[in-house]
Write a protein that binds this ligand. Structure first.
Ligand SMILES: [Zn+2]
Length: 285
């Protein structure tokens, strides 16, 4: 009888549902994101506006006494349907819009870092040089949590060009940053130190099946909406015919449109992520 009880216990412990529940528990932060304070968060994106997916969470982190840094790989100097804009003009507009959007979230301009790569061609850049630049930022900022495009779990996730590059580059940089002998000049010559990022919030913009963590952004929806309305050259009338100032009606239209992009779960405004904690080597497992 005792032996039978033992086997019943073993079966129960190893049942897929229990294993799944255990795995889910491991994949949750020790403190809910809504209660984080005193942390440093760093987001790596390909374009000004990639961070918009997470603006509610970023506004919350900023309001709760965390430091938020945005590292954008490209200048966004290509994506427009306005035939009159040059690359230089577009890059300047994208920077100004990003800084204005971050200001709506309370994030200071000094926390916006643009690495200056060309829009649309990120995957053809010298990957070693890009990773080296990202590693430098990670070793300088030393984030407790990295937000990045989700590179996928147990399979390759297809993102559009630049986003797929940014997903892998961010994961590769997170892994490289912890090894003292990788890009060791940063340590021997630049006074930096190796660093392992302990926690990750991976975002993506078109499917939500891998998400295992939802952040309640109820109090920060208006900030998210107001920030998105700053990207006039991307989501507003400026997409086809750029102008720096919009009419009241056009701003309202942009904000109404921004509200339709707020993800709802269980009747509440949420932002979903794939949360991961642990060695960068297992980000995709
Ligand atoms: Zn993008």
């Amino acid at each position: 009888m005792k032996t039978r009880n033992f086997f019943v216990l073993v079966l129960l412990v190893l049942s897929p549902a229990v294993l799944l529940a255990q795995r889910f528990a491991q994949l949750q932060p020790e403190t809910p994101v809504e209660k984080w304070t005193g942390k440093t968060a760093m987001l790596i994106g390909a374009h000004a506006d990639d961070d918009a997916i997470s603006h509610g969470t970023l506004a919350m982190l900023q309001a709760h006494g965390n430091q938020v840094y945005i590292v954008t790989l490209t200048t966004g100097n290509v994506g427009t349907q306005d035939p009159s804009l040059s690359r230089t003009q577009l890059a300047a507009i994208r920077r100004q819009e990003e800084v204005a959007a971050l200001a709506e979230l309370g994030i200071p301009e000094q926390h916006y870092i643009n690495l200056g790569y060309d829009d649309g061609l990120l995957e053809f850049e010298d990957r070693k040089a890009v990773v080296e630049n990202l590693v430098r930022m990670i070793r300088k900022i030393r984030p407790d949590v990295l937000l990045a495009w989700d590179p996928g779990r147990n399979y390759q996730r297809w993102h559009k060009s630049d986003h797929r590059a940014a997903a892998y580059l961010a994961a590769d940089a997170a892994r490289a940053a912890m090894w003292r002998l990788l890009f060791e000049g940063q340590i021997t010559q630049e006074g930096l130190k190796e660093y392992m990022i302990p926690e990750y919030l991976f975002y993506n913009d078109y499917d939500h099946e891998d998400e295992n963590l939802w952040v309640d952004i109820g109090e920060f929806v208006e900030k998210k909406v107001n920030a998105r309305a700053k990207y006039i050259s991307q989501f507003g009338p400026g997409w086809k015919n750029y102008k720096p100032k919009l009419s009241e009606a056009e701003i309202k239209q942009m904000k109404d449109d921004a509200r339709t992009h707020v993800q709802m779960k269980d009747g509440k405004p949420m932002e979903g992520f794939r949360y991961y904690r642990g060695l960068p080597d297992a980000i995709g497992k």
